[in-house]
Design a protein around this ligand. Sequence first.
Ligand code: AMP
Ligand code: MG
Length: 364
Amino acid sequence: MKDAEKQVIPPSPKTVILPLIIIIITVVILILISFLGISGIGPRDLFGGGMRQYNYEYMMMDTFVTISLFTDAGKEHAGEAAQKTFEEMERLESLLHRNTPGSDIRKINDNAGIAPVIVDAETFFIISKAIEYGELSCGAFDISIAPLIDLWGFGSEDITVPEPEAIRESRQHIDYQKIKTDPLSRSVSIEEGMALDLGGIAKGYIVDRGIDTLKENGIGRAFLNAGGDIRLIGGKPGPEPWNVGIQNPRQEDGSRGIAGKIALFDSAVVTSGDYQRFFEEDGRRYHHIIDPATGYPADRLLSVTIVHDQALDADILSTAVFVMGKERGLKLIEELPGTEAVIITPELEIINTAGLEGKFEKIP
Ligand code: AMP
Ligand code: MG
């Protein structure tokens, strides 16, 4: 018996093939899990220590909002953090959109020339910030732009080039200096014929609060993108910086070509471009960023990307610099601490500010 115990039994073909099949199936499953993780359906563990990447997508603010995050706290925790973030962002969208019945902005517009409106502290903060930047940009950024946006028909089915006389008339009502704010009563009032539109600023604020929600839920590495308004928490595991792509403004064949990328940790990166919302009439392009000085779409630049620690400031400045153009816009960015930019001119020249040297890379 002793000899029999020591005996090495040669494996039968069956006992070799079965483990082989199991190994092959396991490898295929692992490849599938990793692939699905990349495409946003499930998590993947590429970093060890239980650190996994989770991706979420939600339609709001007329765009897809995506969150990509890394955590070792598990799928359930990650999902809850993303859910709470989307809920907070949705709450703010309702508060700030001028078309939402009962929203603060709707109430201010409905009471133009009638009475001041007491608003939420958040609304008051955003409007005050917008007025501040109206001043800094010499009126290039102006949230009282609503009459012109409506005249052009952006945000409606009825988009068309208005008559010059109608543009002249609308421009009479656009002046951020006529927005009256009272911090004591926290009220805002505008004159008859005026209306506010937070389209150039609200998304940035909403992204900042989304980031706060992720952090409050223990998320230390995340990439939040609300249709071009991006903010990052930390970097990728490694630690590695996040790479934020800047779209090529003249590649609209769906190939999503990028003109360059910026490697960053913990920043907001917001882009305004003439390719984001536009229509063409008689071979000309008309887009949604209006120069308050002319009443027509600003045509000095094709795109402006701003890097700042807050998405709110980056959002305002991307719109402001887009209107101001290369010289005035870059001068303003240079004056503002902690603010960097990449601009693309109509000649397709790509210019970055000094603070992005070594971080920004053009892609040929
Ligand atoms: P953004 O994509 O951040 O550049 O914002 C564009 C949106 O801001 C437009 O859809 C309008 O709602 C609004 N907007 C357009 N022109 C201006 C302007 N000169 N100042 C402030 N907001 C503007
Ligand atoms: Mg903006």
